[in-house]
Design a protein around this ligand. Sequence first.
Ligand code: PA5
Length: 431
Amino acid sequence: MPVQLNTEYLNSFISYEDYEKIKPSVSLAHDFLHKKTGLGSEFTGWVTLPTDCDREEFFRIQETASKISPKTDLFIVIGIGGSYLGARAVIELIKSRNYNDLPKATPNIYFAGNSISATDLNDLLKICEGKDISINVVSKSGTTLEPALAFRVFKRFLEEKYGQEEARKRIFCTTDRQNGKLKQLADEEGYETFVIPEDIGGRYSVLTAVGLLPIAVAGINVDELLLGAKLAQEDLACADLNQNDCYRYAAIRNILYGSKAKSIEILASYEPNFAMMSEWLKQLFGESEGKDNKGIFPASAIFSTDLHSMGQYIQSGTRNIFETIVYFEKPRNDILIEATDGDADGLDFLSGKTIAFVNKSAFLGTLKAHADGGVPNMVLKMPEITPFEVGYLIYFFEKACAISSYILGVNPFDQPGVEAYKKNMVTLLRQ
Ligand code: PA5
């Protein structure tokens, strides 16, 4: 299996009885999800998406990506939350967080409409000057203020640069099949549109056109991504807690939260390219579980970077945290450490070893140190970072999040709390 849960550094924190006690809740959660009897069951289309996805739409996404690429220097993806984070997370994890700066045959990709910062938007407009631009505006509701505002600005930019006719050919909309202002506008203007299925909510939508179009434009093999997710769909369908790492992970989170007072989960990785994946995970878990005055607070760290900042707190601060480390066994490319003349930095004892070997030692040393310091650790081990493995990981986390939310007793698929700020903002704007 491409993702394996290692609980070696957890054993002293959780007992056999803890597992036994939570088993009925896990099997109930499994039934809720698979029989569509749980809260929010109308948004569980993602469960069978890898096997049921619309093949025609999928091929059109690939075809469109290959048409966009040759005529585009900069591809601007406009969206927020679930209509933004997944695509960026996958591109940065598989390609690089430095994707735009690396030599490549695919367009640079920028993300807009994920804040209301005029400074940020202006910077991007400057970057666009003199470049060939295509746009993908993504919004399921078609009414979200941040992307709608950014789209206004970029639509005008494109129309002034290319004229209305050519601008139309460079704007791609991903939205609801029939509802919302964006769909209406797309139909009126004749933009090419892609569909966000009705039964898939924003934060579970990365494997739909929402994520797949930008990911394909970045030159990532989306067939492999979906195949990985398909294998996860098969592997993780088993109701038995002992045979399903995804369910074990969901169960352990709830044991740590419910009876061990661990209310913060730090999602950590030893790969800086994982940073946006952590942002996606924070949204997935935070928005799904944080309701009814309950929920684990999802935080994130990149090690060893953050061992030099947050490491102190993790080792010896308030003991209300646990860690989940996503560890990739093989780097894309390794670097050999060579001996130097005179050993001026005293590191010749490492010559003949590789940077990945040192990273692994940091990982193993930290696991033990943090566990000894009272922080339960779970490790999700993966062989390497390929589209196939990442597809598997995405599905693993989506399912873990839904099961974990059901164990907690909340609806994994709504987000009533995000409306409060919007209401206040609109009242202020209309004054
Ligand atoms: O997970 C969610 O539902 C949210 O994060 C939405 O994706 C986000 O608010 C953007 O919504 P929309 O796609 O309707 O613009």
